[in-house]
Design a protein around this ligand. Structure first.
Ligand code: DX5
Ligand code: ZN
Length: 218
């Protein structure tokens, strides 16, 4: 069996914003595959995080593709700005929208990979019909809105269930996991079928972030 290459997306939310250039430069020289950016509007989640003036500047120095996670009530309002920035991936929450397919098409028509996000307690079956049309599913393993929360272990079963379905149907859809991921729980998640690991605290607050990224990819 061919061993798949796990991809890692450090989450900017846990970076030191007072030293942002240094943090981005660290990611540039790391083995990270993407930079994960959380956008919040204070409505869909009870927090506000990173806005467009910052994302636009980060994009000018970040050499990794940008993976934007939209935790907002009206994701389509932000699409054009994200397309102009040149992001690589955009994900929208299934809980927030009913017109998933049209949002996905808008994203993909601009040559950006499109994903649907599931909160920890949203069941994976809800998006089975969407799977042939999307590039990835982002499973939240904490309640969205804040970095540094504790991983919810039952989400491993969700990854397993989704991964089995994707394999059975021979679909081309990746699984991303986000929230409370560290070197301890990553192994089980990879065995369960995860392709992309998002990690904030365990990378940016580590003594040696470069080493943690390298280890996560193993
Ligand atoms: C939470 C965000 C995550 C967060 C992850 O709503 O979607 O991307 O930054 O941070 P950690 O890895 O610290 O849980
Ligand atoms: Zn996120």
């Amino acid at each position: 069996m061919i061993k798949k290459q796990i991809k890692v997306a450090p989450s900017l939310l846990s970076a030191n914003f007072l030293d942002l250039r240094k943090e981005i430069e660290l990611i540039n020289i790391s083995e990270a595959d993407y930079l994960h950016i959380d956008v919040m509007d204070g409505h869909f989640v009870p927090n506000i995080s990173i806005g467009f003036p910052l994302i636009e500047q980060v994009a000018t120095i970040c050499e990794k593709p940008l993976d934007v996670h939209l935790m907002v009530e009206k994701p389509e309002q932000y699409f054009d700005r994200l397309f102009n920035i040149g992001v690589s991936m955009i994900s929208v929450h299934v809980e927030q929208n009913i017109h998933h397919h049209s949002l996905i098409q808008k994203i993909q028509n601009n040559n950006v990979k499109a994903g649907l996000v599931l909160n920890p307690f949203t069941s994976v079956e809800l998006i089975y019909d969407n799977l042939p049309y999307i590039d990835f599913v982002l499973i939240m393993s904490v309640n969205p809105g804040f970095g540094g929360q504790e991983f919810l272990p039952f989400t491993i079963k969700k990854v397993e269930k989704l991964s089995n379905f994707i394999e059975k149907e021979k679909l081309n859809c990746l699984i991303e996991i986000d929230g409370g991921i560290n070197l301890e729980n990553a192994k089980e998640l990879i065995n369960a079928g995860v392709d992309i690991i998002v990690a904030g605290t365990s990378i940016f607050k580590a003594y040696n972030p470069l080493e943690v990224i390298k280890e996560l990819k193993k």
